[in-house]
Each structure stands twice: as C-alpha cells, then as structure tokens.
Design a protein around this ligand. Sequence first.
Ligand SMILES: Cc1ncc(COP(=O)(O)O)c(C=O)c1O
Length: 961
Amino acid sequence: MNLFEKQSSEFIARHIGPDEHATKQMLKTIGEPDLATLVNKTVPPAIRMQHELNLPEAMSEHQYLQHIKEVSHQNKVYKNYIGQGYYDTITPSVILRNVFENPGWYTQYTPYQAEISQGRLESLLNFQTMVSDLTALPIANASLLDEATAAAEAMTMFFNTLNKQDHITHPKFFVDNDIFPQTKDVLYTRAKPIGIEIVTGDYKKANIDSTYCGAIVQYPNDKGSIEDYRGFIDQVHAAGAFVVMATDLLALTLLTPPGELGADCAIGSAQRFGVPLGYGGPHAAFFASKDDFKRSMPGRIIGVSVDANNNRALRMALQTREQHIKREKATSNICTAQALLANMAAMYAVFHGPDGLKNIAKRVAVLTQTVAGAVEELGFELISDNYFDTITIKTNDISPIKEKAERQQINLRYIDNKYISISIDETTLTEDLYDLINCFENDKNPVTFDIDHDDEPEHIPSKLSRTSSFLTHPVFNTHRSESQMMRYIKSLENKDLSLNTSMITLGSCTMKLNAASEMMPLSWNHWSKIHPFAPADQTEGYKQIVDDLSKYLCEITALDACSLQPNSGAQGEYAGLLTIRDYHEANGEHHRNVMLIPISAHGTNPASAVMAGMKVVVVKALENGYIDVNDLKAKATEHSLNLAGIMITYPSTYGVYEETVKEITDIIHQHGGQVYMDGANMNAQVGLTAPGLIGADVCHLNLHKTFAIPHGGGGPGMGPICVKKHLAKHLPGHTTFNIQHSTINTNAVSAAPYGSASILLISYGYIRMLGNVGVKNATEYAILNANYMRARLQKDFDILYLGTNGTCAHEFIVDLRPFKKSAEIEAEDVAKRLMDYGFHAPTMSFPVPGTIMIEPTESEDKAELDRFCDALLNIRQEIRDIEEGKMDKKNNALKNAPHTQQSVVSSEWNKPYTREQAAFPMYYVTQNKFWPSVARVNNTYGDRNLICTCEPIESYMEAEA
Ligand SMILES: Cc1ncc(COP(=O)(O)O)c(C=O)c1O
C-alpha cells in the first residue's frame, strides 16, 4: 500500500480496534494461524460470498467530510411554512452541544441496567412528565417512533381493549377527515391486516355506535383549525368507545388539554421542542393516556422505585407488557424508540420552563394572526377563524402565489390547486412576514402589516383556552442560565455508562463505534433544516444519499430493491412481512397467513407477525441451538397450503452460522412460502455472505447496529428492508410518492417517506469511509474479537452453542446457570457486579434464560477486550470463593452489587469483604472508576407502586424530613 492509499484507508484502522500485532497475539490465543483460516472455519463454505462487494473504495475522514459537504449543497434550504406535523425549531446551543453532539448521551444503550442509567432515566421521566402535564393525562411513555405510528398504536390499543382475538364486536375506527394525510396513510396500513375497519368522515356528522372501538381527531387539525371536540368525545364514550387526540405540545401551552376535554389518549410529535427537521427525523413521538391503559400502553415507561438502600431509583416499569415477554401475544412490536430525541425535547422544556414555552407559543400565535389579518385584508378568505400557528387560505388559483413564494425561497403547503396553508414556528421573525405576506400581494403595492409586540393571541376560542398550570415541578423551573443547564445535563450524563466510558458487550445489539466524522454532518443546516415534504428540486442531496445507500445495501444483502422507510428493526420486520402478505394476495393466495418462527427468535418477530395479520407457529431448536429441521419440515408440510413464510435470524440468535440454513430456506420455498431474514446479526455477514445468498426474499437491517447509527439510549434507529425483485412492487409507499395523494393502501409504515432520513447519513458515511475492503474487514474482526474473548473465557465458563469447528460467530453465550446451584449466584448478580468493574452487562437471558450473550464488535481493541475478560474471570474467582465456602452465599460482593460511592465511604461497613474489594476489585479500576449512582434497583416495588412522572414536591419534602 503506497503512502496515498494508506491515507485513503486510514478510517479502517480508526474503526477497527486490533492492529496487526494484536491480531497476531489474539489468533495465537485462539489457536489459528491467520484471520482467513478462522473465518473459513467459522462461516460455512456453502454460503460464502464468492465475489468482492461492488462498493466504492474507502475515503479518508477528511475526504469524506468534504464530499458530504458538497452533497449537502445539492439541498436547498428554503424558509419553511409547510407545517403538517414538522416545524422548524431552535435547538438551544447548550442542548445541541451537550446532548445531540455528545457521545456521553448518544452512545448510551437502552436503560435496562438501571443502576448505571439514572441520568437518562431521569431525563426520560422529565419527558413523560412534560407530556403528561401538557396533555393532562396521567400516564405517558418514554417516546414512540413518529406521530403516525403513535396514532396507529392508539388505534390498536383501543381495538384490543374492546375485542377478543376470536370475537370481534367493535371492528370500526373513525378517522376525522382533518387528520394529517401521512397519519391517515399509516392508520390504513396498520388497520387492514388485523381487521380494523377505518371509517373516515367529518367528526361533526359522524354517527358512532357500538360497532366502533374508537376515533381519532386532530387538535388543532390538519388545516390549523381549533375545534371543540367535547360533544364528539361524549358521543364516542356513550357508544362505549375511546378517543385519541393527535395534538401539538406547543399549542397545548395555550389550549385546553385533551385530558380536560375528556380524551382517553393523546399522541403527537415532540419534534418542535428543539429537534431539527432532518428531512423527516429522527423525532420523538409522544403517547399519553388515562390510567386504565397503563398495562396495555405500547413502548417503554420509566417509573420511580427504590434501590437496595431504600433510596429513590428509576427504572423501566411494567416490563411484562413488552414484546420480549409477550411475543405473539404482544399487541405492539415497539422496541427501539426515540430516546435521544425524547431527551432533547425534555431538555428543551427544562431549559425554557413553562413560561418560556408559553412565550414561544404566544409569539407564534401572534405572528400567525398577523399574517392572517394581512392576507384577509388582501381579500383572501381563511377556512377558520380559530387557529394557533396554522392558517389555511382559500385562493382562486395557487399558481401565482406559489410562483412568488418559490422566487423568494419560501415553502408553503399547497393542499390542492385552491387551498394553501401556512404554519408559523419559533424561528419565524417579524421581518420574515414581509416576504411571506408578499407572496399574496400584487407586485405593485408594498407589504404592510401591523404588529404590536404586546399583542395577545386572539384566535384561540375562550372556551378552549388553557387555564390549568403545567410543568410546575422544580426541574422545569430551575435551569434558566446556561451554566445551570450545562451542569444539569452533565450531572445526568455522569450517572450513565456509555461507549465513552467502556465497551458495551451487548449481544445482538452491536454497540460498535459511532464515529465523530459519521455524526458531524447531522448538525449542518443543509441536512438538518430540510422539511420532509419539501419539493424534490430542493432535496437533491438527500436523493443522492437515499439512492446510493439503497444501492449499497442491496449490494451488501445480495437483494434487488430497498425501502429506507422503517424507523426501527421491528418496523422493518413489519414492513417486510407486509410485502410478503401483499405478494401472496397479489397471487390470489389470501389464505397464506402462517409464519414459522424459531423458538430462539427475538420477541419482536412474533409480535410483528401478529401485527401483519399472521398466525405464528413456533419451530423447535436442537440442543446445539440449530433450528430443528425435522420439526421445521413437519410444520411446513402441515401448513403447506397456508404457509406465508418463515422468519429466521442469521447467524442465529445463539451466535452460530447454521450450515443447514439453505436447506431450511429451500423447504420454505418448496411449500410456497417466503423467507424473511432478521438482519440484526448482519455484522457477522457483510462481505462474507449475504441474505440473498442464503435464500432470503426479504430482510431488514438494523442500521443502528451494523451500520454505525448510535443507540441513543433506546433510539433512534433505522430498519430499512431489502427485497428480491418479485417483492419490489410491494414495498412501502407514501402519500408524497403518489401524485393523486390517495391515502389508501400505500402500505406506508412511517410518517415520513424515508423515515428518520437524516441519520441515514451515518450509515452512508460508515460505508464510504470503510469502503469495499473495510466493511468486510469489520465483519472479520467482529468474528476475531468474539472468538478471542471466547477463547479467553472458555476455561472458566461454559460457552453454549458453538459452530461445528468449535468457533462462534460475532457473539457467544456464556452459561451462568451452573452457579445458581453451586453458589446461589444468578445471571443478574454477575451483571450487577460487572458495574463495580466499570462495565455494562452483556445481553441478559436472551435467547437463553440464565445466560449472558457477549458481542464485542470489531471496534474494540485487545486491551479493552482483555480488561473485560479479566473482570469476568475475576468475578468467576469471586464465585469460586462462594462455592468453596470462603465467602457467604447471601452476603457477598456479587449479591450486594453494585456498590455505590456512598455505601463504600459510609462510616458503617459490615460486609465480609473489604471496601477495596467492593469498589476497586482490580487495579485498572483504580485508574478510571465509574460509580453506579444507585444500588440495586427493586423492580417489583416500582411496579406495585407505579409512578411514571416526576413526583410532586411534597415527596421530596418527605424524603428530606
Ligand atoms: C434479533 C433482533 N431482532 C429484532 C430486533 C428489534 O430491533 P429494534 O429494536 O430496532 O426494533 C432486535 C433488537 O435488539 C434484535 O436483537
């Protein structure tokens, strides 16, 4: 490699941990002569890719940043008044710099290990409190994927509440005409497979009877009008059904909240609370409801509990609702949500406080009424006199107005060729109104308007004006100066272990490097300030990314077409299953609805299948973890006529490349089924094999695993799907792809056409900087790192399910069940003890209860892998001490883990081991100690005493007393 080739491939060494010397040492430990031999022994020859990937060569970080800047300038940043659920916003710089651009926040994992996640748990509790207060509904979750899917979640929740699986008595769901078109679109998609009948109409004329499970209205509605839904809500309740209101958090600072109007549920997007437009996302959706729904509410809920020392501690509540536990009985497949963006929105509310938010809302409302007054004076008619930030104007012909707006680089929303709507946001300045109103002027008269800066909003009807207070908790009333805010953010960050502290070995989650150069462009205006419904000639830069990334993903998966719409892995599963369903229907085989799913599958697989209207049949596993081919054959034969397909994960969730995979996919095809591949483990495939080579017809890719999008403490994510040619025409559509703007049966699964489009840049950057060679190297080193750890741990722990040659794929399972018998030690004790060593636990009890699954990824270097192995081996010795009776079975460092700073420095210390053993069990820990901020959290206490919002002030006073 010459000097200049070295420069362009420099990122490979930045992304991949082990260098040449370390690689040799690691191979020696494994007992293999070279990396190629290890890979050949691990990946079955029959499925190996025989060609090099046709991807561009690697770019250096410097070259890439120049390239992506150039591409960004193909996007045109116009002043947006499009609205329709997406509004420009000002991300406070203190939040931009300390949260959005801070790996301490964005590289966190979902807070399953509560003791080292108290910071984000507190912030997510703030999010829930903010949503609950603003909507006046008692329970809120810690975000959903987008407004449209949140609406669909509410619809299915109502449907499932009133209907029994085999006895549907309330199939109808009413959708008011004035709902955002993209929400309607997703409601249609989600309703059809499970037999919900959507009835659209004007809520004022609707006739809701006992055949309905619920209804949705928008507040303010699609055209900006503020409607009083009280009478309608009463009518729906009288029929025994429920109402969800799609709403806007900023508007709710001034409007009577949904809970006070009697709504059962409120949903919407928190985007305009400081989260950039980003051509559609990522943004956090919110979901709040009456107490009655707390056990059926989708998504993650953060709750208050206590720790082992009886101190307040937060954790995820009511976990038994989740698809991990409920599988095919789950009513939602939500897993990854939008935690990072929920944190940003919560921080925005913390920073502005109730008065600040109200002021922003009032400014927006006053500017809106100023524009409204001016256009009315020009002779135009508004469709409603009651509005907050959006007005819809009737014209004879939109063309001259549109032409003038475009000339001034202004985007308005053109509803059809007569109606225009305008949405004002917090970035709109008084000066901007000249250009805006000018769009409606003849070119002769100068623009005039009156605005008194002391004006109050005058177009919110008094009977719908908010009188109740909100955000009264101290957290929303303390952090006004930047110093305070910066320190608050930092104090929370310090409580959380993320990738900038140590490796996070979560099997199946692929917590690899999220490189700074991949992340940086996300903050640039030419990417962040683009509205998802901006005209195509303003989004050429995004088009290039969408087209090129789709092409790269097809090449990597050996499939033919791609949809970038799904916002998470589980959404990808759902979208993929819909393509299969549509395909069978198009062939006249409506009856094909049986989906085979191996017992080891992730909980989202069966949950998605049920949402896609399929019947789940479970396939057994053999003792070695392989799919039981005989059982599979029997079930495929039994259900041959109705077989829709199979969902497999490859390599399996047990961390092995099954040689039988092609036989399996052949069997399914012989019975007329389609093969869905869960791409969560793509990090073990890229460049070595591919879903298309294994026999898959469709697969999703968790871009937030293999393709470097950070996990953000539980989201964002992206779950594009790739399909073979015959499924291409069944991929998700979108209202904006459809010239007629028909909202029926586009199969859209997200509100925005390309989901959380802005984070596609991360995966694009990953592929461009690693290049065709680097992406394959990444897979090889993922296998090397896993096998190195396996080799180091194998003498002291039982490793489950290895491949035929005794190697693992990119992850492996360590069996901790024997220690229950020998020392009364459970997997959880080991997980919590790892925190004292400065590590996040691996994946717990998935796919096998009582085990941990370790996935190091290629990004970790040998020294870090060694530190983790040393910690686990030291813990093994601690277990041995218990086994040998040297340490008490109930009172030991594992059972008492994690140890907090407070407990270790306490004047009272009555443990049978030293404080040093408790907190500094190995030398390296003394050099860089991470302190869990609470002791072991009591989960059952929290679920029995459910509190999911910031506690009232009194509880703090009681605690102090
Ligand atoms: C094997 C597997 N499938 C599917 C998923 C769901 O992906 P997401 O969380 O992005 O919805 C996961 C998530 O961890 C997974 O590990």
